[in-house]
Design a protein around this ligand. Sequence first.
Ligand code: WTA
Length: 647
Amino acid sequence: MPKDTTTHPDLLAGAHVDAAAYDRMYADSIENPEAFWAEHGKRLDWIKPFTKVKDTSFAHDDVHVRWFEDGTLNVAENCIDRHLATKADQPAIIFEPDSPDEEAQHITYKQLHEEVGRFANVLKELGVEKGDRVVLYLPMIPEAAYAMLACARLGAIHSVVFAGFSPDALSSRVNDSQAKVVVTSDGAPRGGRVTELKDNVNKALLHCDDHVKCLVVKRTGQQVAWVAGRDVWYDDIAANVSTFCHAAEVGAEDPLFILYTSGSTGKPKGVVHTSGGYLAYAAMTHQYTFDYHDGDVFWCTADVGWVTGHSYIVYGPLANGATTLMFEGVPTYPDAGRFWAVCEKHKVNQFYTAPTAIRLLMGQSDEFVTKYDLSSLKLLGSVGEPINPEAWNWYNEVVGKGKCPIVDTWWQTETGGHLITPLPGATDLKPGSATKPFFGVQPVLLDATSGEEIHETEAEGVLCMKDSWPGQMRTLWGDPERFVQAYFSDYKGYYFTGDGCRRDADGYYWITGRVDDVINVSGHRMGTAEVESALVAHDAVSEAAVVGYPHELKGQGIYCYVTLMSDETPSDELVKELQTWVRKEIGPIAKPDVIQFAPGLPKTRSGKIMRRILRKIAENDFGSLGDTSTLADPSVVDDLIENRANK
Ligand code: WTA
């Protein structure tokens, strides 16, 4: 049996905080937030220092979140220029390409300064100005980081769209953000295959304003279809611009980026993060959670298309002057040892990945791990979904050799950085628990029905936050009402996370999963409404209801109940066709795992689909369906149980 707690003496010795320091700093952050955050706001270089620290309210009729609001700064200067005096020749980014046969690149801070300056000047040539939106649809190549930082340098707002998303998903994001430019590459190598990124952009832009320009970075060198006047090669403009670009002075509360994420209803939400508070929080959590020290090589395996890539590949590490590793590939190419080969090759000190990847790799022979020298590793991290104890133990024993603390970091696109996480050297770990709140973070558990705060230590309820932290999202792009509606309306006076949670007798938090209609597939958020609307867009489908169900590798799988048009007949071919359809409409991550044809769906008399029942059936848990008497037609349920797809 694994021990219940574990600490790491070597790391403890030099760690930024020990248990006593955590208690002291945490208490200080709650009792004196103004003074605490005024101090930590100083980790950034400000052009005009702030005099106001915190102006926030979660009151339902007056929600606002402002941090350091009268300060001005430039985010790219904070991530690059200020390190030049001492770290010009230190690698800022190590780029490990998809193929191990292609050489890795080491981009120093000096080079990063030039590359970002050049990229910013190219964007300027295309007419990008402060406040304009730029969509980035790129592989995990250094240019993705250059482009993000180039926007920041100009005060433009980037919106990174994961390169696995479909043309439709891309065009809706371009339109919603009213972007001026889409930056892409010819193709994206991944796992030995190539995604046709430029082709996808071509398809997407058919549905966008004619003025949107397409800037193309060369990655694969393949042939691409070209629209003259709209498309430009990055290299063609880059050859004629300077590598120096003046850094714009932006307000702390000016937007840095928009990142679309799934909600429980409707189309994806454009989460807006601003410049000062976000950067300070990303940098601070990167330092403390990963116990980052100067000279460490930090590797977060996420994609920059997700918030984890924003905060812990680009902004947090670079604001701290770290060496951050960018990996273009996948964990299983060319074989299941790739992660560990890369750790050995680049002497990675902190390694941060998702439980889904760990579960995938633990299913392979341990030799894929043990044949590499992993002695450089000091700490392991986990993010995206609850990590099951089995995966935690394998990670701890086989990868960490029992010597690396595992930080199970709970947070969200909306939170900008970690909210509940162990701090190595300070927090005893319990496998499966994200443990304790970060500085300034006040989690509360509410009774789901009454909305009352539960004060007992041992409790279970919906997870909310009582007060703001600097990395919090500020609004939803173009939809401030939906911002209030989605996060501050169900439980008035609190930020509602959408997660359920248990607190144990030691005050440790255990996330139990989403309580809304969002499912977590391999650590990626998927709104059931998005999959449903893709399904009903197919001619054969009259109605669809989608729920999550436990899946061994992915955490949750996508289970779809589909009612066909009266002239259609269920068949295996149709299942395949619908799976391919959804994949094409949204992207490969949304491909349904199970499709069950259902002549009817369980609805209340007012026509609302009872998802609770559908979830239970998908989970094969027929004993606890609850009260079905309020259904318009209770017999529907018997049919669903009888025909539950046996997968
Ligand atoms: C889930 C990813 C348990 C949670 C950073 C949250 C987790 C959603 C953890 C946010 C964790 C993330 N333990 N659950 N350590 N980390 N989650 O916006 O349900 O892609 O609400 O942000 O992932 O997903 P998002």
